[in-house]
Write a new protein. Structure first.
Length: 748
């Protein structure tokens, strides 16, 4: 067993090893794999209690490590230690997030396969079986899992089936295999695809792999590997996928396709033995319905088309089978689309654009608009994004679209492409520099029309990879865009897969990760908001044979530093009791709980002005903490936020140190600097601000009253204006590079 920051579930696993009745004697070797100090201590304490409870039968081993060796490294360390014991016949790789059940080890030992594993509730292949119990991570979970395990054991007694791969949550391996085939391949660090690799090696050596379907253990699916940061898990999965494919020279097939096999195997066994237990057949019926949903959404060619549209439903249906396997999307070269004869395409586009109520000359109007861009300006850029409209400008996404439109592409005409399945293909003229093409992405008959217009523009600028999900364009359109027909520029906006993972949206995480991989392989340029984002992509795709050009374009509101305001800051508001502000949402990443904890403990020392769209919810979340009566909580229009900033001394930006925030360029920090507000931060790793020299204080400083003197405060906010100047230069440089790239020059 290998523990990495998973002592909470480890304790439950060890308790189940004590409670489950087995005849087979066993030794436990626990590798404490470089966890945080508190978790390492908790893991060791849990193990010592386990050993004490085992008393005289215990020869168990605890191996603490100073650093994380990964699953393979930690397992290999334990394997070597266990094989020093002459009476060890087999080694079982067992996750720290499982509950073993009565007879589990005895049933696995009955198998003569070189590797054998049990069935479970959450694995994503044919080892997955549907369950009819619910369990929380508490002391009652063992009895529920054990009762279900006894139920299955009685029904499927002695039932063993061959398998392609037994995954490492519980895999019993013969000693002779470990001697012949060797240890786990530690290149698969810190975990992922290592079990697939090892099973492949065993099969290549003539070994047999099997599943005991009468042996059930519960799998939480939230142990050591899940304790890695969400972005790291995404990166690890993809990196190890590539390692696996290169090592074996074959494309990974995914394991979701094997889920129906689990159902078929159980039904065949029960049918042959004429078992008519009402509980099991009700369970099989539920399984069949779930499998049908999985097949419908995952195992057909529609996976890329349906996953975004039905993401929430899929997420609900697949919950019993987590963790989901990464299913890579690789464009099929056979789908490469070339434009047909100009006459045929023009005719098709002409008829498609003659939507009800549109003028007959709609196509010509658009083509004339594009041509006018060539004649009068530098050209016309196709923008894959909703058009920025005044009523949408409170949203940061539209602020970015507007900034690129006005500040970067101001010399170009812009032809926006808004995807809407309910809107007929039609054209909307905004002004002399802007037109919008509304297109229903799911209608195949309009594709050539859209391709024609993209081709006529020559450059497509897409605002984030969210524009490439099926609810925005079809897979055929993605195929065309990445096929070299146009210059494709993707404005990343952020780390979308990691954002989805941060929100526990694992279906979305896999979809966005797959799309990001495709775009990194085929886009001509990716626009990033800072150097930290560039480094993130370069590190994440260090295995890639090619990467796009990276251009840096900070998110930069049209704000000018008011030098008079900065100089007179301390005269505008009482620094004897400083004013601390916050203006924003109540989302998870804003760390509102931490903010409210600080407020409750310091309301007597500072004045607080909290501007949120929903003051009632803020107050409800505040609960019974003291000090709320001293705090101003209000909802204000955007123009009044600036007035509050003029008087404020400090402002909350309590982001966590995770990838989503490291690669961000918060507009709030730009606003704070512009108004002479000193940031209060939880982590300094927010984009390039601190690396550029931004001054700030920490949340701990504010809590402890360690605020700068008036003289030091004035120096700090003045220095921060230099950071803004540097960011502006970054923006201007990125603007020039992007224009040069569009016009065919070098991005360097």
């Amino acid at each position: 067993m290998v523990n990495y920051n998973g002592s909470d579930v480890l304790r439950l696993t060890l308790a189940s090893l004590l409670r489950a009745r087995v005849r087979t004697p066993f030794v436990v070797c626990l590798v404490e794999n470089g966890s945080a100090p508190a978790d390492a201590e908790a893991a060791e304490a849990a193990f010592r209690e386990f050993v004490q409870a085992r008393k005289d039968v215990s020869r168990d081993i605890f191996l603490p490590q100073a650093s994380n060796l990964g699953f393979c490294g930690g397992s290999n360390l334990a394997i070597r230690k266990l094989l020093e014991l002459e009476d060890v016949e087999r080694v079982c790789l067992l996750n720290t997030d499982v509950l073993v059940t009565d007879g589990w080890l005895d049933r696995l030992m009955e198998s003569d396969a070189e590797i054998v594993g049990p069935v479970t509730n959450a694995n994503g292949n044919e080892q997955t079986v549907w369950i009819d119990y619910e369990a929380e991570r508490d002391g009652e979970a063992f009895e529920k899992a054990n009762e279900f395990a006894r139920f299955r054991a009685e029904l499927f007694r002695g039932y063993e089936v061959p398998s392609e791969c037994v995954t490492g949550f519980c895999a019993l391996i013969k000693r002779s295999v470990l001697r012949q085939v060797g240890e786990l391949d530690e290149r698969f660090y810190p975990g992922g695809f290592d079990d697939n690799d090892y099973d492949q090696r065993v099969r290549a050596a003539g070994g047999r792999i099997a599943i005991r379907r009468d042996c059930y253990i519960h799998h939480w699916g939230g142990g050591s590997f899940s304790k890695l940061e969400a972005s790291a898990r995404v990166n690890v999965s993809l990196t190890n996928l590539v390692r696996y494919e290169r090592k074996w020279g074959e494309r990974w097939k995914g394991t979701q396709r094997l889920l129906p096999e689990s159902l078929m195997q159980d039904i065949a066994f029960l049918r042959d033995r004429k078992i008519e237990d009402p509980r099991v057949w009700a369970l099989m019926s539920d399984t069949a319905r779930s499998i049908e949903t999985i097949l419908e959404n995952y195992e057909t060619a529609r996976i890329r088309q349906e996953i975004a549209q039905h993401g929430e439903e899929i997420d609900r249906q697949l919950k019993p089978t987590r963790p989901l396997e990464l299913i890579p999307y690789v464009p099929n070269p056979g789908w490469k689309q070339v434009l047909r004869s100009g006459k045929e395409t023009l005719q098709k586009a002409y008829h498609a654009l003659r939507a009800p109520g549109r003028r007959k000359g709609a196509l010509k109007e658009v083509l004339d608009f594009i041509q006018g861009g060539r004649d009068e300006k530098k050209g016309t850029v196709a923008i894959l994004a909703p058009f920025w409209r005044e009523e949408k400008m409170r949203d940061g996404y539209y602020q970015r679209i507007y900034a690129v439109d006005q500040q970067v592409l101001g010399d170009y005409r812009k032809l926006y492409f808004e995807s809407d399945p309910k809107h007929p293909l039609s054209v909307e003229k905004i002004d002399g520099d802007h037109m919008v093409v509304h297109f229903p992405y799911q209608k195949e008959e309009i594709w050539d029309s859209v391709f024609l217009l993209w081709k006529a523009c020559g450059t497509v600028y897409a605002h984030s990879l969210l524009r490439f999900v099926h609810s925005e364009i079809s897979p055929r359109m993605l195929e065309w865009l990445t096929g070299g027909h146009v210059k494709l520029i993707v404005d990343a906006h952020g780390s979308v897969p990691e954002e989805a993972a941060f929100s526990d949206n694992w279906v979305g995480t896999q979809l966005y990760q797959t799309l990001e991989e495709v775009l990194m392989a085929h886009a001509d340029a990716v626009v990033c908001v800072n150097h930290a984002m560039v480094e993130h992509f370069r590190t994440k795709y260090d295995y890639a044979e090619r990467l796009p050009a990276f251009l840096i374009l900070p998110i930069f509101p049209e704000l000018e530093v008011d030098e008079d305001l900065i100089r007179s800051k301390l005269q505008r508001s009482d620094y004897g009791k400083p004013l601390v502000v916050y203006a924003g949402g109540l989302q998870r990443w804003q760390n509102v709980t931490l903010m409210q904890d600080i407020i409750s403990k310091t309301a007597d020392r500072y004045r607080y002005d909290i501007m949120v769209s929903d003051p009632v919810t803020f107050s409800r979340l505040y609960g019974d903490r003291p000090g709320l009566s001293e705090v101003q909580v209000r909802s204000v229009p955007p123009r009044e936020v600036g007035l509050a900033y003029e008087k404020a001394h400090f402002g909350f930006v309590l982001r966590d140190d995770v990838t989503v925030n490291r690669v961000a360029c918060p507009t709030k920090l730009v606003e704070y600097i512009s108004y002479g507000v000193l940031p209060v931060m939880k982590t300094a790793r927010l984009g390039d601000f601190v690396s550029f020299g931004m001054e700030y204080i920490t949340a701990e400083d504010l809590l402890a009253g360690r605020i700068p003197s008036p003289e030091e405060f004035s120096r700090m906010i003045q220095k921060n204006t230099e950071v803004l100047s540097r960011l502006r230069k970054e923006f201007e440089t990125g603007q020039q590079q992007l224009r040069a790239f569009i016009e065919g020059g070098s991005a360097a």
